[in-house]
Design a protein around this ligand. Structure first.
Ligand SMILES: Nc1ncnc2c1ncn2[C@@H]1O[C@H](COP(=O)(O)OP(=O)(O)OP(=O)(O)O)[C@@H](O)[C@H]1O
Length: 228
């Protein structure tokens, strides 16, 4: 279980957010500039909140009262950026292995499993600029999971993709979360995506959690041919 209860003063408002997530997908949903990315950056340890606590189980990542701040490298948190941040001068295999400390049989098994589950084995020797958007997204997901994170943060992971690829990748993301069984915290401002992916939804406006919009339940949602 991840607990987040933080405040952070920003340029125009104070981010004030509190939620808990089990091993499922929590979606942060809201308009541009409402504080979604800042929330992810606080959880990752890239920004220090002004007050509050962030805990994963018994492990305290941040606690203002005891002045505790665990640096990002000790948090075991994967972060998938909107533009994927893949290295163009490396092929797919090297991108996925980047940052993995041990090249042992366990790591090799994990690599093989990710390549198979995400159906990218045939791309191992290809350079990033020769991949489609959906393929880049799968490679970025493989790289994030290769580090064996205990939490995965995903900032608009599907926004660069066309409609059909988005629907296909929504299904992949759901499947990977169920297999890995860790909290995924996903940012989007797409209502359909929020509904299709979120086990739990957090609506944000100017840094605060708000109730769902009144018409929320009647939004149509399509996820890979399945109507919700
Ligand atoms: N380090 C910072 N210090 C002060 N203000 C910041 C900082 N980082 C972001 N902001 C401001 O905080 C607000 C929230 O930004 P944030 O990037 O978290 O929004 P967002 O919901 O992720 O937006 P988008 O959907 O456009 O990515 C914005 O008004 C931004 O200008």
């Amino acid at each position: 279980m991840l607990h987040v209860d933080i405040k952070k003063r920003l340029a125009d408002f104070t981010l004030d957010i509190h939620f808990s997530v089990q091993n499922n997908i929590v979606v942060l949903f809201g308009p541009s500039g409402c504080g979604k990315t800042t929330t992810l950056r606080c959880i990752a340890g890239l920004i220090k909140p002004d007050e509050g606590t962030i805990m994963k189980g018994e492990q305290v990542f941040f606690a203002s009262e005891s002045n505790r701040f665990i640096p990002p490298r000790y948090r075991r948190i994967g972060y998938m950026f909107q533009d994927y941040a893949l290295f163009p001068h490396m092929n797919v295999r090297r991108n996925i292995w980047y940052g993995v400390k041990k090249n042992n049989s366990k790591a090799n098994e994990l690599y093989a499993r990710l390549m198979s589950l995400l159906r990218i084995g045939h791309l191992a020797g290809r350079y990033i600029h020769n991949l489609s958007g959906g393929e880049k997204q799968r490679v970025a997901l493989a790289r994030a999971l290769m580090a064996e994170p205990h939490i995965l943060l995903l900032d608009e992971p599907l926004s660069a993709l066309d409609h059909d690829t988005r629907l296909e990748l929504q299904v992949e993301l759901k499947k990977m979360q169920q297999i890995w069984d860790i909290p995924f915290i996903l940012v989007t401002h797409d209502a359909n995506e929020a509904k299709a992916l979120g086990d739990q939804l957090l609506f944000l406006e100017r840094g605060r959690q708000i109730p769902p919009p009144s018409a929320w339940d009647s939004y149509p949602v399509q996820c890979y041919g399945v109507s919700y």
